[in-house]
Design a protein around this ligand. Structure first.
Ligand code: FAD
Length: 509
């Protein structure tokens, strides 16, 4: 048994209600710089630091970059706030609400996309996934987030109801844009009867999905998401033009090789809560977390070069003694520090940010190119979703490129994207200014079958690892892995873990 596990469990109760052992405290002050050294101040590292400091432990977080947030960074350029990632969140992700400092009533404001997504196919624009549309009793309940008798949101699924609310959603899609761009184009297009039927069927399916407990989805047979769409009897047209492109956008996976369990959970979150962006930029989340930590916890510009259970070596900043080390870097950096750790494949992503004089549409909607006739998978008018991200006199449009095209040189990529965006929004784009493009070849760890959404986070007593690659490849996954790692650390320290929530928080994409 390790010395940490042997520590007597008596002593005082620090903030957070955990029991900190007296011998453990003495050992830290005598021989260590911190109880726990965390490597990496991305979302996972900062969340873990919150859990551990709330339990009364002394924590140091080392961050190689000059800023916190890792892949959730935001560049400030000429009055614009430009995310390096896409930063799309689902407000029903349990980890978001459960995190100290980010829960209800915190400084974090989420800006919703409404309606869920607009699928552009041919000359049509079909709204999908917004179960909150409509004026009926059920839609109102979904909008207000009211819970049903058994703790469920009472989603409607009768065919008649879906037909009615589909009509409402379609007319809402036509009126979006206030006569501009996408709105004007959509208003002039005819929505066919078969579109309406497809959408009604889809909304009924989504409603059932929204009401299915996550555990049931996780127990379903696991296939690549693309295969699962046809295996489940979804009409080819619906799968190809509606659900497939939407899933590709949600998972950053145009080939849909992701595990169908992860895909189901991602879709479920989408239909339950829709998508949103953190106000002020993706970096708001990690910055709020960092600001909530005790002063001096985060040390920026310090790169860890090797890690052991009792010490972390750094590049030019000496050795830090500790009782435990937690590696919270991306997958590849984690494997450098912990040789033998699995490195997954990755989905590359490029994000293009354009500025325009006029908004190409006024609706805060996610526009998905269902026909995939260019490099852009999905796009949105960022300043319509979150006005704080753009100068008042300009419009900010963000677009996401997935798959091999993401690696194309910026010049040709921007040219092809502008042509496609002109068609999607129905406005000229030649005078748009490319503010920034950000390419990340390792943006999102791939999650093919079989996917283990709860990879072990405890390497051995005193050595731990967390990050999105241990869970699901998303903000929710990074936070979930951090909580699991914090629980393991506290257990090995002989401390209570109740405050961190040992409840089974679902890793929902
Ligand atoms: C382009 C793009 C689009 C995305 N779109 C979405 C999306 O729409 N929705 C969503 O939920 N997720 C999205 N993601 C994924 C999401 O950003 C990540 O899942 C999440 O940010 C991972 O957080 P993390 O803390 O696990 O890792 P990271 O954010 O990678 O943090 C790791 C940190 O460790 C630091 N580090 C590395 N090595 C060392 C070292 N040796 N010493 C000290 N520090 C070190 C790094 O500098 C970094 O700050 C996207 C990502 C990208 C890049």
């Amino acid at each position: 048994m390790s010395p940490l596990a042997e520590s007597p469990t008596v002593a005082r109760r620090p903030r957070g209600g955990h029991v900190l052992t007296s011998s453990a405290r003495t050992r830290r002050t005598n021989t260590s710089d911190a109880d726990v050294v965390i490597v990496g101040a991305g979302l996972a590292g900062l969340a873990a630091a919150h859990h551990l400091t709330s339990a009364g432990l002394a924590v140091v977080v080392l961050e190689a970059q000059s800023h916190v947030g890792g892949r959730m960074a935001t560049d400030h350029v000429d009055g614009f706030r430009l995310d390096r990632g896409a930063g799309l969140l689902c407000s029903d992700w349990p980890e978001l609400a459960g995190l100290p400092g980010l829960g209800l009533g915190s400084a974090l404001a989420l800006r919703p996309f409404t309606p869920g997504a607009l699928m552009r196919t041919g000359d049509r624009c079909l709204p999908v996934g917004d179960l909150r549309a409509g004026t009926g009793r059920h839609a109102r309940a979904v909008r207000q987030g009211r819970e049903g008798r058994q703790g469920r949101v009472p989603y409607p699924y009768s065919y008649a109801y879906q037909m009615r609310s589909t009509k409402q959603a379609l007319s809402a899609a036509r009126s979006f844009g206030g006569g501009r761009g996408l709105g004007r184009t959509a208003r002039t297009t005819r929505t066919t009867m078969s579109d309406a039927l497809d959408l009604a069927r889809l909304r009924a399916g989504f409603a059932r999905l929204a009401n299915t407990p996550a555990e049931r989805l996780r127990a379903r047979a696991e296939l690549p998401a693309g295969e699962a769409l046809s295996a489940r009897g979804l009409p080819t047209r619906t799968a190809d033009t509606l659900v497939g492109p939407l899933l590709a956008a949600l998972l950053c996976d145009p080939e849909l090789t992701t595990s169908s369990r992860v895909a189901d959970l991602a879709l479920r979150s989408f239909v339950r809560s829709g998508l949103c962006l953190p106000a002020g930029g993706a970096s708001t989340l990690p910055e709020l977390l960092a600001a909530g930590l005790p002063k001096g916890t985060v040390r920026r510009g310090v790169r860890a070069t090797s890690v052991a259970a009792n010490a972390v070596n750094t590049d030019g900043h000496g050795v830090l003694g500790c009782r435990a080390a937690l590696i919270a870097t991306g997958a590849r950096d984690a494997a450098r520090l912990l040789p033998g750790l699995r490195v997954p494949d990755f989905h590359p992503v490029t994000v293009l940010h354009h500025a325009a004089q006029e908004p190409p549409m006024t609706a805060p909607a996610l526009v998905v190119d269902a026909d995939r006739h260019g490099p852009v998978s999905h796009t949105w008018v960022t300043s319509a979703v979150d006005p704080s991200r753009a100068r008042p006199d300009r419009t900010l449009i963000s677009s996401v490129v997935l798959g091999p095209a993401a690696a194309d040189p910026v010049g040709p990529l921007d040219k092809a994207a502008r042509t496609q965006l002109a068609e999607l929004y129905g406005v000229p784009t030649d005078r748009w200014e490319l503010l920034r493009s950000h390419h990340d070849p390792r943006a999102v760890p791939a999650m093919p079958t079989p996917h283990d959404g709860r990879r072990p986070v405890r390497v051995l007593c005193g050595l731990y690892v967390c990050g999105d690659h241990r869970d699901t490849s998303s903000t929710q996954g990074a936070l979930s892995s951090a909580r699991r790692a914090a629980v393991e650390v506290l257990r090995d320290f002989g401390l209570r873990t109740a405050g961190v929530g040992e409840r089974e928080l679902l890793a929902v994409a």
